[in-house]
Design a protein around this ligand. Structure first.
Ligand SMILES: Nc1ncnc2c1ncn2[C@@H]1O[C@H](COP(=O)(O)OP(=O)(O)OP(=O)(O)O)[C@@H](O)[C@H]1O
Ligand SMILES: [Mg+2]
Length: 294
């Protein structure tokens, strides 16, 4: 018998695979491009905090499995602290799991510098906090950073920077130093930086937080264009309506676990589930004003 550490990790299935016939499952397009298998993770110090409060061990991820197929449009929903950011940070190799594995195109990701650079060419993450992502200098310099690291020719870098800035509506601000951008503009800048990598998987951690409605519309249009090119997109949000509007699939997280991964139609009609995941506002308890014309 295998010792526990060598136990094979059960394969996560995409929704389409889960419902597909055995023949359809054999079609290569149905394979996951990125997969999390039974991820477990606790932040350093979590055990000390748990001991202090006589609480259970605090696991940020507690056995998370998720598969993304090429071209998938997936919303990741969950209350504050449910583990969304921690999962996304695992999916691009920023965090390394204590248990389980992340697979890219069927192979476990390599955590060497070289392996991570190769992964991030294909899997881009827009961080929740733009300040974790942006470096220094001007906006255009920042967006060019990733393509430059890929060793691309100058003409290609310039065209990617121009295209990515235009995609987020910042084409006129390329020469501005980053510290002169507003919060929402910095968010757009971080998204432009990810787009410039031309990834096959785009992970976005609360990309609409801080964007004005025009910014949200522009972002959703941009995501439409990317998914039409076959890019898999997973974005986290607290906004059920936004997720309903855009995503084909939804993943609900709670307490470091996945409560559900289903089609959007199944999830968004399930009020009990949304309430359990603390994603619904309390019903308004104020009585409507009396009808004085009655
Ligand atoms: N840097 C950190 N150090 C220690 N614990 C952390 C850290 N970041 C997150 N955690 C803990 O990990 C758990 C999951 O946090 P995570 O940030 O992944 O949640 P989230 O779903 O992204 O929340 P939010 O909606 O607030 O962004 C929480 O219990 C949190 O306290
Ligand atoms: Mg988060």
């Amino acid at each position: 018998m295998n010792p526990p550490s060598e136990k094979p990790i059960p394969e996560a299935r995409t929704i389409s695979e889960a419902r597909a016939t055995p023949e359809a499952r054999a079609i290569p397009e149905a394979r996951a491009i990125l997969e999390a298998r039974d991820l477990r993770y606790s932040y350093p110090g979590a055990d000390d905090v748990a001991a202090l409060h006589n609480a259970h061990r605090l696991r940020a991820l507690d056995g998370v499995s998720l598969a993304l197929r090429p071209g998938a449009r997936v919303a990741l929903l969950g209350a504050n602290g449910s583990g969304k950011s921690t999962l996304l940070l695992h999916l691009n190799g920023t965090l390394r799991p204590a248990g389980g594995a992340v697979l890219h195109e069927g192979a476990p990701i390599e955590y060497s510098k070289r392996g991570l650079i190769a992964l991030r060419r294909r899997v881009a993450l827009v961080f929740q906090d733009s300040d974790d992502q942006l470096f220094a200098g001007t906006l255009a310099q920042d967006v060019s950073f990733g393509p430059m690291n890929l060793g691309l020719p100058a003409g290609e870098i310039a065209s990617r920077v121009a295209g990515s800035l235009a995609a987020v509506g910042l084409e006129k601000l390329g020469a501005l130093p980053l510290h002169m951008l507003s919060h929402g503009q910095r968010k757009r800048a971080a998204i432009a930086g990810a787009l410039a990598m031309r990834p096959r998987v785009l992970l976005l951690d609360e990309p609409t937080a801080g964007l004005d409605p025009e910014g949200v519309n522009g972002l959703l249009d941009q995501l439409d264009r990317l998914s039409a090119q076959g890019i898999a997109i997973l974005f986290s949000t607290h906004h059920v309506e936004l997720a309903r509007m855009w995503a084909d699939e939804a993943v609900i997280m709670s307490g470091g676990r996945i409560l559900a991964h289903e089609s959007g139609a199944m999830i968004f009609s399930n009020d009990a589930l949304l309430q359990k995941a603390r994603l619904r506002l309390a019903p308004c308890r104020r009585a409507p004003p009396p009808d004085t014309h009655a």
